[in-house]
Design a protein around this ligand. Structure first.
Ligand code: 5GP
Ligand code: MG
Length: 184
């Protein structure tokens, strides 16, 4: 496929094929765990939208989907540490089994905050699923129940993950060339 963004990519960390295989596995695992339980897939916007779309189709349980949007980066590549809800839940989650779908678990700030928030809202159980895990940068004591891939301490883009809101539509996970950040 032609791409305007290919030239900005230094290297590919996870290919499209690897993503597909792993997301299908995660879907199977979730199926085993949640069949008959009517879980709620809860995606953390915007980064999770591509993973969410593939994951819910890889897991054919009766379920519904919801989204919450948070912001902690404000166009930087390092978390500011403060998590703000920019689009709240649009439904009551009391008594629901939540499958939180996140693009990447980095410092842990976002998921530590959201976990408390969802428990306070009355969720019955919380299962954290993250496509990518960057354990080297964790500052909060939080682990994913399911993680697709462990990645090194590099800023990654693609498959939903952005740099300054761009590159989300790249179909694989890659690292940008340093000159792309120049001037920022
Ligand atoms: P945390 O709160 O765990 O530090 O970060 C979680 C959020 O930061 C993720 O949902 C993601 O949006 C963003 N993030 C962390 N690391 C990366 C990265 O390497 N690339 C991109 N594009 N976003 C990241
Ligand atoms: Mg993000």
């Amino acid at each position: 496929m032609r791409s305007e963004m290919e030239n900005d990519i230094l290297k590919v960390l996870v290919t499209e094929e690897e993503l597909k295989t792993r997301v299908d596995q995660l879907g199977e695992i979730l199926f085993e765990k949640f069949q008959g339980k009517n879980p709620l897939f809860l995606g953390v916007l915007k980064g999770s939208f591509v993973f969410m779309a593939d994951l819910v189709r890889a897991c054919q349980v009766k379920s519904d989907v919801e989204f919450i949007a948070v912001s902690s980066y404000q166009n930087a590549t390092v978390s500011s540490g403060r998590v703000q809800i920019t689009r709240d839940l649009q439904q009551d989650i009391t008594g629901r089994h939540l499958i939180i779908v996140e693009d990447i678990l980095d410092s842990g700030n976002t998921l530590a905050f959201l976990k408390e928030y969802f428990l306070a809202k009355g969720a019955s159980s919380i299962t954290l699923v993250t496509l990518l895990d960057k354990p080297s940068r964790r500052t909060k004591h939080i682990t994913a129940d399911l993680a697709g891939f462990t990645v090194p301490d590099e800023f990654v883009v693609g498959y939903g993950l952005d740099y300054a809101q761009q590159y989300r539509n790249i179909p694989y996970i890659g690292v940008l060339k340093p000159e792309v950040y120049a001037g920022n």
